[in-house]
Structures are given as structure tokens and as C-alpha cells.
Design a protein around this ligand. Sequence first.
Ligand code: IDP
Ligand code: MG
Length: 154
Amino acid sequence: METSLVILKPSAILHGYVGQIITRFQQKGLVIRGMKMMQLSEELLREHYAHLVDRPFFPDLLHSMMASPVIVMALWGNDAVEVVRIMTGATNGRKALPGTIRGDFSMSGQENIIHASDSPANAEIELKRFFSPDEIFSYLPTSLAYTYEPAEMK
Ligand code: IDP
Ligand code: MG
């Protein structure tokens, strides 16, 4: 089992899509092991988006990500990182397939509703970036035995 880091961006908060997006993750079978609202700082965003700081759109991205508080989530499950990325869809909402979160809620490359970790290694780094250890809860939902076969719960 693994945990992915998801951010409901200001484009999700300001459109009022929070409930619909969280519902999708829960009905898929991902378990919410951490969730909180926070205001992102420029310092944190420069670290989180270090691979983009030299791109011409970076100042706009910073402004967009600080436009409102965000909601950060730790989502747990088998192959959680890959499952969440599949549910997220392509970066540009106009290219993201219908049925994906970006495909269904976004028309934009920047205002694309959520962030999702892109690899298990980055998920571990991002979880530490946004959560302290006491904000992650290791409970098991009662439905687990009907979400996975035994061999899948590793
Ligand atoms: P990802 O979010 O699909 O992993 P990344 O390339 O890691 O995509 O980019 C991080 C975020 O930066 C995107 O989700 C989007 O908000 C923004 N972004 C990426 N490329 C562009 C672009 O070409 N124009 C505007 N914003 C972009
Ligand atoms: Mg990325």
C-alpha cells in the first residue's frame, strides 16, 4: 500500500468543487489518511514547483496557487500514486479525457483543479512537505476486505 499527496488547488476551492472531488476519491476506494486547509506561501511553492521556477508562466502559477487557501490530502491505497494520477488526467484540462477530474472540471493548463504526486518517491517527499507525522492517521476502514483481495493488501 502507498500514499499519494493531493492538493485541491484554488481553482477547485473557488469554484466550489471540493465535495465532488473528495467524493470521487472516496467512492474509488482511496482512504483519506490526512486532510487540512492551508494557505500556501511563495517559499513552499518554490520548493514544491522547483522544476518550473525558470518557466515563463511561473509568476502566474505562484499567484494562482496563492489565490485562496488550498486543501491538502493524503490518499492511501494499493498503487495509490498511479491510481490518483489516472483519475487526475493530463496537465492541460482541455486535453484531459472526460471522466478524469481535470477532464471534467477544467479548461486550462494552469487552472487545472488538483495537484497529484507523480511517483511514489515524490509522494514521500511531498507528504513530508505538507504534513507533520501527527497529521497522518493509520486507521483501516471497515470496507477494506471488500475493496481488495488479500493479496492486494500489501
Ligand atoms: P502536473 O500537475 O500534471 O504534474 P507539472 O508539469 O508538474 O504538471 O506542472 C505543475 C503545474 O504547473 C500544473 O499542474 C499547472 O498548474 C502548471 N503548469 C504546467 N505547465 C503549464 C503551462 O504550460 N502553462 C501554465 N501552467 C502550467
Ligand atoms: Mg507535476
